[in-house]
Design a protein around this ligand. Structure first.
Ligand SMILES: Cc1ncc(COP(=O)(O)O)c(C=O)c1O
Length: 443
């Protein structure tokens, strides 16, 4: 931010006490933060990122690089917090609703997700969100969580820890023999036939970081809804989705996908501040959970503690939002990332990601000795392209690319694959250069 808050105050001729009167904090911040630029061409979008130009970046989904609007927002909040840590935090969290910054983050997230602000729980990442969900569910001995062989370590381990504590069990099933040849019918029917009377929760991953496949979440949720018709409300099968590699690069309205709980970091495809994420769920789904970490966002929980009585309201997204002080300049600057995502347009971004990754997949599929593990169908894939090269370890393929200044990655799973992923800051020319480098390195 060019203008510090003190400079801003001086320019406005107001004293700090006046600025920090209720209602002024957000207005002051807004006035001191540059507006989101017009982002209607990809060159301007690229210019928002400070990526090292000596490299071609094809692992952008791993952890976000902050674009200019997010950097500006973080700087603005950091300055304000450094100048007045107590007053800013008090006002931003605990005073008038008109100054509550977490509420502004919830509103920005809800507008993007197609849900309501009170449905959004703020987390530091996908992992914490999954742990909160599984540990919050009132699982009992005799009940099971059904998940898949393809989920990320943090998803599997959240389920294992929670079921070990509760005495419930879990089971992992394969959804396909080969991701690249999987179909919607195969995936849905495998889930449907794996559900048993004891199954209370189904945990899936929207876009897999092992193979790049994107699951048909709506079709899976419809199949579970049919099974639920024969069950009592308390025995309903709940659908938990790890959505991190779909949020921000797939044109979907998350709140309408049919998930009961949706956990995602906002520090990957949303380009939010590192260390930010969310869980989305409807009020009735939040009400089923038991809080795990005390909240700083729920007045009723605090008042019940002061008055030494049980809470009078059900568990909510606010009550599930982990308390303890956080890196607020990051959490609060998530608003800028959602604004940027809205300004670029969800469908435009999704189309661009599909186009660039389609180009990668076309190139990989045409290379001798390369096996593409990601489906070619854009409806069953998103922004991650996974492959193997005959006779070469994926780690060595990635090393060879890095020696040519191309940043790729490997999938951290039992079966390791090499990955190339194109994002909104990549170009067609960069994709062709990466494919050319791969072609020569495996020749
Ligand atoms: C599918 C999947 N889920 C969860 C995670 C962990 O995400 P986070 O760092 O937001 O906890 C990753 C890591 O990239 C992942 O690939």
């Amino acid at each position: 931010m060019a203008l510090s808050r003190r400079a801003f105050l001086a320019s406005q001729g107001v004293a700090a006490g006046v600025l920090l009167a209720p209602g002024r904090l957000l207005a002051a911040l807004e006035a001191a933060t540059p507006a989101t630029p017009k982002l209607d061409d990809w060159k301007t979008v690229r210019s928002q990122f400070r990526l090292d130009p000596r490299y071609l970046h094809f692992a952008g989904f791993y952890i976000s690089t902050h674009p200019a609007p997010v950097r500006d927002a973080i700087d603005a909040w950091r300055t304000t917090l450094d100048e007045n840590p107590f007053l800013t935090t008090e006002q931003g969290l605990f005073e008038a609703e008109s100054d509550n910054v977490q509420s502004r983050v919830r509103e920005a997230a809800a507008a993007y997700l197609g849900g309501k602000p009170d449905e959004v729980c703020l987390t530091p990442n996908t992992t914490t969100g999954l742990a909160l969900i599984y540990h919050g569910l009132p699982l009992k001995p005799g009940q099971e969580v059904l998940c898949t062989e393809h989920d990320h370590v943090v998803h599997h381990e959240s389920i294992r820890f929670a079921t070990e504590r509760s005495g419930a069990t879990y089971r992992k099933i394969p959804l396909f023999t080969q991701a690249s040849k999987a179909s919607v019918d195969e995936i849905v029917s495998r889930i449907r036939s794996a559900v048993r009377p004891a199954t209370r929760v189904v945990g899936i991953t929207w876009v897999h970081s092992q193979t790049g496949i994107r699951l048909p979440v709506r079709a899976i949720s419809r199949a579970l809804a049919e099974l639920n018709q024969k069950r009592d409300a308390q025995d309903r099968i709940l659908l938990v989705v790890d959505g991190v590699h779909g949020l921000g690069c797939v044109d979907e309205t998350v709140a309408e996908m049919g998930a009961d709980y949706f956990s995602a970091g906002t520090h990957k495809w949303i380009y939010g501040p590192r260390g930010t994420g969310l869980v989305w769920a409807r009020p009735d789904a939040w009400a089923r959970l038991r809080p795990v970490i005390p909240s700083f966002s729920d007045l009723e929980q605090y008042e019940a503690w002061i008055e030494n009585r049980p809470e009078r309201t059900p568990t909510s997204a606010r009550r599930m939002t982990p308390g303890g002080f956080q890196a607020y300049e990051h959490q609060w600057a998530t608003v800028a990332a959602f604004k940027m995502a809205q300004s670029m347009g969800r469908s435009r971004v999704a189309a661009r990601v599909a186009e660039l990754n389609g180009r990668i997949k076309d190139g990989l599929a045409s290379m001798k000795g390369v096996t593409l593990h990601t489906p070619r169908d854009p409806a069953l894939s998103a922004g991650i392209c996974c492959f193997e090269v005959a006779g070469k370890k994926p780690e060595d393929v990635v090393k060879a690319l890095l020696s040519k200044k191309i940043v790729a990655s490997t999938s951290p799973y039992a079966n390791v694959y090499a990955r190339l992923s194109a994002a909104i800051f990549n170009t067609e020319a960069e994709v062709d250069q990466a494919l050319g480098a791969l072609r020569t390195s495996i020749a």
